[in-house]
Design a binder for this molecule. Structure first.
Ligand SMILES: Cc1cc2nc3c(=O)[nH]c(=O)nc-3n(C[C@H](O)[C@H](O)[C@H](O)COP(=O)(O)O)c2cc1C
Length: 162
């Protein structure tokens, strides 16, 4: 049995790609050690994050998240026990209002602005975005493999003409 916590908060200063990358770097390592999975959405003003794991480690993780001065006004939107994680493949996944994967999902659904959604809808939409991102990563890995495979082939010009 896992616990899933969903909160939203207000960004205090700069929450650009570099800040997120630094956060991601440390959070991925810690979340992996603790068995926490998580997915985050942000626009220029607010953050929405789903954090899931065993209840004791979740409490300490939420304490760390609350202590950060990158955001303030942290409000719990939901806390529920669940058999399965919603973001089992993500130690610290993230998307944002201008992310093409997010926009593609969101435009197709014709929903109100993200922070006006009820929490179930919001989590489901992030799951769709997460699935799209995973598929894109798999395709990238596949094309790298194909490219490497082709590199191992003898260049055509060097093949002996029969
Ligand atoms: C939006 C946000 C999400 C975070 N998510 C996680 C997380 O998933 N796991 C974790 O261990 N810490 C998380 N943290 C905490 C940071 O890894 C780090 O402990 C914190 O930012 C350090 O505080 P500082 O920014 O005030 O120096 C998060 C912090 C923020 C602001």
């Amino acid at each position: 049995m896992f616990v899933q916590t969903v909160y939203e908060s207000r960004i205090t200063g700069n929450f650009g790609p570099l800040v997120l990358l630094a956060l991601q770097k440390s959070a991925v390592v810690r979340n992996r050690e603790l068995g926490i999975t998580s997915f985050l959405y942000h626009d220029t003003e607010r953050i929405f994050q789903v954090v899931e794991g065993d209840s004791d480690v979740l409490t300490s993780t939420m304490g760390r998240i609350q202590a950060s001065n990158l955001h303030t006004d942290i409000k719990a939107r939901a806390m529920l026990r669940c058999e399965e994680r919603s973001f089992a493949h993500w130690y610290f996944g993230a998307t944002h209002a201008q992310d093409p994967h997010f926009l593609r999902v969101y435009r197709a659904l014709k929903k109100p602005p993200f922070f006006k959604l009820d929490v179930v809808d919001a989590v489901q939409i992030l799951q769709m975005v997460a699935r799209k991102k995973r598929r894109a990563v798999k395709m990238d890995q596949f094309s790298i493999k194909v490219r490497n495979f082709n590199k191992n082939k003898e260049p055509r010009a060097l093949l002996a003409v029969p």
